[in-house]
Each structure stands twice: as structure tokens, then as C-alpha cells.
Design a protein around this ligand. Sequence first.
Ligand code: 5GP
Ligand code: ZN
Length: 113
Amino acid sequence: MNCLFCEIVAGRIPSQKVYEDDQFLVFKDIAPQAPVHVLVIPKVHYANVTSLTQSDPQLVSGLFSVITKQASALGVDQSGFRVVTNTGREGGQSVDHVHFHVMGGRPMHWPPG
Ligand code: 5GP
Ligand code: ZN
């Protein structure tokens, strides 16, 4: 399978890793939209949040544990942060390996574009 984020997990494409364990990888987004902007992914390939949740709900729980711990580690838990998972064409998903954007360090606006 030709998947950009699987290649990053395998280390064949470089990334700026901020956290890694046996199940998850957290790395800096290449085009940050906020002072803090990381991507949290499961190492196992799932195309999107629907597929992930249907296949491995326990992994979702672990994923949110990593997300919230990383928000603290990155210093945005008190100021506030945003978690986004774009899904599908109209959802704005451009990489088909499920990922959660964690963004903070500036005021966020609503509604998003
Ligand atoms: P999506 O548009 O699917 O919600 O998010 C994909 C994200 O992946 C984008 O924010 C984009 O900047 C980021 N991205 C795309 N290619 C790379 C890459 O090669 N390395 C890293 N670190 N981020 C990438
Ligand atoms: Zn993948």
C-alpha cells in the first residue's frame, strides 16, 4: 500500500517526532496552522475515523489518552486546544491514514472554513 503516513511510521519518510509508543506516533504537521500543530496517528493503518472506530474501539480510547497527554506536554492544556479529524472528500481529508490534528497556541475561530 502506498500510504504517506505508513511511510512515516516505518521511518522511510522523515518526520519531526514528538512522541512515540508501540501503538501511536505524534509528529509535527509539515504545514503548521498554529504555533502548536501536531498529528496523532495509530501506527496501524486505518483509512479514517469510521474505519478505526468500527475495527478497534479500544484503540480510540488510547488515542484520546495520547491526544490529551500531548496537549499537556505541548503546553496548551490550560490555554486551550483544538482536536480535528477531517474525514472524506467534503470533510477535507487529504491523507487517507486516520490522523487527529492537535492545534493550539493561538485563539481558534469558529466556524472553521
Ligand atoms: P488532512 O488534510 O488529511 O486533514 O491533513 C493532512 C495533514 O498532513 C495536513 O495538515 C498536511 O500539512 C500534513 N502533511 C502532508 N504531508 C505531510 C508530510 O509529508 N509530513 C508531515 N509531517 N505532514 C504532512
Ligand atoms: Zn497508512
